[in-house]
Write a protein that binds this ligand. Structure first.
Ligand code: R5P
Length: 346
């Protein structure tokens, strides 16, 4: 197909690291749908690549197809519950993939990382690294000109890049659509809250979008003990109300379960949870399962930005998955066609 240089960048081409493959396939299905709707004759598929892991753990990424002049997107889901590979392994795989792309001379390189690793280490409190900055500089240094991510833990991470553009997308549109249209939550009796002050802005955003009141849970952590919470207080009225707790992520589940227990103690009725990144690290699944059985948590809605596989989604009564692949596909398509993306990023 002949590309009109004024309308688009180079040919839209997509590759994935191993842990990004499932999400990439979903994005490609959506791109095909968009293309069909727009009567665009381009065909989209995953580029032929290899991620080779050596016996000592080193990784090498090879692109087996020509990508010179392309608008190239490399997809990786860095915290992958279905893989043995660690966050660090997957970050290194991404870095080598970006550099392999850089060596192959596309016009533009975008790293598509639904989860931005080390985003909770964006400032220092004592003698410690600002690891989110290391990640930003690493991605930029190997050749990423743009990074697409979802609900990054700290928006200030944008400033850790010098030339690379960071586009932070939000799952709230997809999640609110699910809660109000598919689940048909009774919004008249709903209060939205975040499990800590850091998520208050997100809670306010959800409450405005849904049209409900909101409350704040104030969490104090003991940073000398990773994952430990010191105390929690509630600001707002929740008695006899259904609650929607919103957060960017569930890691160990500690923050969520402490907040849910406090809300129940204050007289809350059903507790729903919405998170963009359901990492469920450690024994979070077992802890949430117990909270569900004990009547503390009614439902957790997460997104496929952390892909748990069809079997988990189907067999887990307390979990519903909303796909953000259509959102990523639309942003990728619009960037490639040099169209506006600002409305999609809200
Ligand atoms: C904290 O600021 C984050 O928004 C999450 O609330 C937190 O990282 C979740 O961690 P965990 O599930 O381990 O308590």
């Amino acid at each position: 197909m002949q590309l009109n240089p004024l309308e688009s960048r180079g040919a839209l081409s997509i590759a994935a690291c191993n842990s990004g493959k499932s999400f990439a396939e979903r994005v490609i299905t959506e791109l095909r749908r968009i293309a069909k709707k727009e009567r665009d004759e381009a065909t989209y598929g995953l580029k032929d690549t290899q991620e080779i892991v050596f016996p000592n753990g080193e990784v090498k990424f090879v692109i087996n197809e020509f990508i010179r002049g392309d608008d190239f997107y490399i997809i990786q889901c860095i915290d992958d519950p279905l893989s043995e590979r660690s966050v660090n392994d997957n970050l290194m795989a991404l870095v080598t993939a970006i550099h392999a792309a850089y060596q192959s001379d596309p016009d533009h390189i975008t790293a598509v990382i639904p989860q931005f690793p080390y985003s909770r280490q964006e400032r220092r409190k004592t003698r410690e690294a600002i690891s989110a900055k290391i990640v930003a500089q690493l991605l930029e240094n190997v050749g990423a000109q743009r990074v697409l991510t979802l609900d990054i833990h700290a928006e200030a991470i944008q400033g850790f890049f010098t030339y690379t553009k960071l586009e932070d997308m939000h799952a709230s549109g997809e999640i609110v659509d699910y809660l109000t249209h598919k689940l048909k939550l009774d919004i008249k009796n709903l209060v939205v809250t975040g499990p800590d002050v850091g998520s208050a802005e997100k809670a306010r955003h959800y409450s405005k979008r849904i049209g409900t009141s909101f409350a704040i849970v104030d969490k104090a952590r003991d940073y000398s003990k990773p994952g430990q919470i010191e105390s929690m207080r509630l600001v707002g009225e929740v008695k006899d109300r259904d609650i929607l707790i919103v957060d960017d992520m569930i890691a160990t589940g500690g923050t969520l379960l402490h907040a849910a227990a406090l809300l129940k103690e204050k007289g809350a009725r059903d507790i729903y949870v919405a998170v963009s990144l359901p990492f469920f690290n450690g024994n979070a699944v077992e802890r949430i399962e117990k909270a569900y059985r004990d009547g503390i948590i009614k439902l957790v809605v997460g997104t496929d930005a952390v892909f748990w596989g069809e079997a988990f989604v189907q067999n887990t009564e307390w979990y519903e998955e909303v796909s953000v692949a259509p959102l990523f596909a639309r942003v990728i398509y619009n960037v490639n066609k040099k169209r506006s993306v600002s409305k999609l990023l809200r």
